[in-house]
Ligand binder design. Sequence first.
Ligand code: 13P
Length: 304
Amino acid sequence: WAIHAPYVRAINELKKQRNAVILAHNYMTPQIYHGISDVVGDSLHLAIKATEVEAEVIVQCGVHFMAETSKILNPAKTVLMPDMEAGCSLAESITAEGIAEMRARYPGAPVVSYVNTTAEVKAASDICCTSANAAQIVAAMDGDTVIMTPDKWLAQNVAKQVPHKRVVWWDGACIVHEQFTAQDLRDFRDWNPGLKIIAHPECPPDVVAEADYAGSTANIQDWVTAQQPRQVMLVTECSMASNISDANPDVEFLGPCNMCPYMQKITLEKVLWSLHSMSGVVEVDPAVAEPARRAVQRMIDLSR
Ligand code: 13P
């Protein structure tokens, strides 16, 4: 912390001068998560909080689609992205043409797109979802068949929770979560009897089936806080365990985790530079932003 303290102080001072708030995803480093953020949470919580920001500037500590979502929901604000290269393998896996292709393949079926998509893809979709509300959103759609894009693993996990719908999916995956295997989880259980395993629903279904619980990053945090397992393995991005361990001193966090190379691009140095120079301004074409906002807002309204 000693080497980070000057950055934390400078950023917190600059935030006041710029009338800025920092929205940080649960995968941010502990220095960002604990040191400089005003709001932390999963994708759904950050989207809802973005609609409520009154400050002039939002600094999005997360990946690019999260900053776009904030801009779409609160267009009067200046939204800063400390590193424009902080992308997402899921968001890169589909374009608006891909949505049109799915609509042609399954005529009349509603399109539920994960928030981990570009504004253009959101604009071409009927509604968005996050890992926290995907099953609820799919269940609320009209008709027998629902198209879910772009995460095939999230779609297959949701299909099990909503058996009365025929869920069809695009072929995308998260590079962090697709690396875990069910055998990894079985090995860790064998080596640590009594271990609780919590997985993110972007993991393949056989991995989720081996877990004691699966949920969004906020759901994972709530589960650990409520259950206080003696030993737990979080099958997700590494920063999750680091960020919630302070508040759960009696819980031992074990096992492998994977780093997201995109989330890790956001550093204190880049946040400071972005706020100092007001660089990394995220813009969304209003013609795209309006239909994209409808898809995100419909999700928020249905999740309340
Ligand atoms: P959450 O909505 O669960 O925070 O997940 C976002 C994400 O991108 C996970 O990889």
